[in-house]
Ligand binder design. Structure first.
Ligand SMILES: Cc1ncc(COP(=O)(O)O)c(C=O)c1O
Length: 397
C-alpha cells in the first residue's frame, strides 16, 4: 500500500491558505497514534475488531467522562455520553433525534457553514437569528420562538466558528431559559471548547475552559464534541453529551442496530491515549501552539491592517476580521486575492441562505491553525495588498 493518501483539500503550491479549518500537520500526533495502535492490537483478544456496543464501549465513555471532568466541568455519567464518528455525524444524529423532515431549526447568524449543509440534507427549514459581537441575541431568539415552534436551536457557543467568540454566561443562561420556556432543545457544537488557550502571558494549558451547555443545562442541551481539533480529524471520533433517555433512543435506531457502535477501533485507540496520559500531553501542546499561532496572526493583522476591526480569540482556530468599508464579496477583491495567492473565507459563506448579509459583507474568517506559522504574516501581507488594490486609502488608524 502506498504511503501517499488523498486528503480533503489541496492547493496549488505557493498559495497561503488562511481559509480552511484543518489542523496543520504539526498538530497530528502520528507517533502517539502509532504507539497506541500497537498497544491496542498487542493483546490476544480480537474483540477490538468486533462490532461495538451501540453507544460506545463503556471504558471509552468512562475515560471520556473523566476527560470532561478534568477539563472544565463535573464528569458526566457515561450514560450521558454517546460515541460518534465526529461532531458532523453527531449533528446528523441530533437531527434524527429531534427533528422531522421539514421542521424549523434556528441558528445564529453567522454560523458554521457546513452545519447548514447537514441541516439541509435532513430537509430542515433553517431560520437565522441575529447575533452581535457576543453571539446570538436572546431577544431575537425569543422573537423567533414566538413566531412558531422549532425543533432545536443550533449554536457554536465556545470559541465559535466563524467568529471565535464564546457566548458570555449571562447570555448563555438567557438562551437556556428560553429553551425551557418554549420547549426546544439546544444543540451546542462545542468542538473547540477544549482548545482554550487564554490570553497574555498566562500558561495556555491553564486557560479557563468555557462550560459545556450539556453540563450547565443537562435537561435541555445536547453538546457535540470531537477529537478532530484535539487529536486528529482523520480518526473520525466524537461524542454527544445529553439526556440519557435521548441517547438510549439513538442507540435503538437502525444505523446502530445494524452497524453496532460507531468507530469502535478508533475509540479503543483513543481510550488508550486517554488512559496513559498521551492525550493530556498532546492537548497541552495543541493549546500552546494555537496560542502562539493566534498571537502571530493577530500581531500581523494589527501591524498591517490596523484599520480593520478584530477581536482577539481565547481559543479555537479563527479570527473574524471586519474590513468595514471593503465589500469582500466584490469580484475585484476576490480576483486580487487570487492574484496575490492567498485564500481567506468570506463572511458571507457563514450567513444562512435567505438571511441578511449585513456586516458579514465586509468580514473575513482567518484560520491560524492550518498554514505554516511562518506563512501567517506573509498571508496577511498579501491580504493587505489585495485590500489596498480595492481601497487605496485603506489606512492605519
Ligand atoms: C463548528 C464545527 N463543528 C464541526 C466541525 C467538524 O467536526 P468533526 O470533524 O468532528 O466532524 C468543525 C470543523 O471544522 C467545526 O468547525
Amino acid at each position: 500500500v502506498s504511503a501517499s493518501v488523498t486528503t480533503q483539500h489541496a492547493n496549488a503550491s505557493g498559495v497561503i491558505d488562511l481559509a480552511r479549518g484543518d489542523p496543520h500537520p504539526e498538530f497530528l500526533p502520528l507517533e502517539r497514534v502509532r504507539a497506541a495502535a500497537a498497544l491496542v492490537t498487542a493483546g490476544a483478544d480480537p474483540a477490538v475488531l468486533q462490532y461495538g456496543y451501540e453507544p460506545g464501549d463503556l471504558g471509552v465513555r468512562e475515560q471520556l467522562a473523566a476527560l470532561l471532568g478534568r477539563y472544565g466541568g463535573a464528569a458526566p455519567s457515561p450514560d450521558a455520553l454517546f460515541v460518534t464518528a465526529g461532531a458532523s455525524m453527531a449533528l446528523d444524529l441530533a437531527c434524527a433525534l429531534y427533528a422531522e423532515p421539514g421542521a424549523r431549526v434556528l441558528v445564529a447568524n453567522p454560523t458554521y457553514h457546513l452545519a447548514l449543509a447537514v441541516l439541509a440534507d435532513r430537509g430542515l427549514q433553517v431560520e437565522a437569528v441575529a447575533s452581535d459581537a457576543d453571539g446570538i441575541d436572546p431577544d431575537a431568539l425569543e422573537a423567533a420562538l414566538q413566531r412558531g415552534p422549532a425543533a432545536f436551536v443550533y449554536l457554536v457557543p465556545a470559541h465559535g466558528n466563524p467568529t471565535g467568540v464564546s457566548l458570555p454566561p449571562e447570555r448563555r443562561d438567557a438562551v437556556l431559559a428560553l429553551a425551557r420556556r418554549y420547549g426546544v432543545r439546544i444543540v451546542a457544537d462545542e468542538v473547540y471548547r477544549l482548545t482554550a488557550f487564554g490570553a497574555g502571558d498566562a500558561d495556555p494549558s491553564a486557560a479557563r475552559i468555557v462550560a459545556g451547555l450539556a453540563d450547565v443545562a443537562p435537561d435541555v442541551a445536547l453538546s457535540l464534541g470531537s477529537f478532530s481539533k484535539l487529536l486528529s480529524p482523520g480518526l473520525r471520533l466524537g461524542w454527544l453529551q445529553g439526556p440519557p433517555d435521548d441517547l438510549a433512543r439513538l442507540a435503538r435506531r437502525g444505523l446502530l442496530r445494524s452497524g453496532g457502535g460507531l468507530n469502535p477501533f478508533t475509540a479503543a485507540l483513543v481510550r488508550q491515549l486517554l488512559a496513559d496520559g498521551g492525550f493530556d500531553a498532546h492537548l497541552a501542546f495543541v493549546r500552546a501552539r494555537l496560542r502562539a499561532r493566534h498571537d502571530t496572526l493577530l500581531a500581523a493583522v494589527r501591524r498591517q491592517l490596523g484599520a480593520a476591526r478584530v477581536r482577539p480569540a481565547t481559543g479555537g482556530y479563527f479570527l473574524w476580521l471586519d474590513l468595514e468599508r471593503v465589500d469582500v464579496t466584490a469580484p475585484t477583491f476576490t480576483a486580487a486575492l487570487e492574484q496575490a495567492q492567498v485564500r481567506v473565507a468570506q463572511g458571507a459563506q457563514f450567513v444562512p441562505v435567505g438571511a441578511e448579509l449585513g456586516a458579514a459583507r465586509s468580514c473575513l474568517r482567518l484560520c491560524f491553525a492550518s498554514a505554516a506559522e511562518a506563512d501567517l504574516p506573509v498571508g496577511i501581507a498579501r491580504l493587505t495588498d489585495s485590500v489596498r488594490r480595492v481601497d487605496s486609502v485603506y489606512s492605519l488608524p
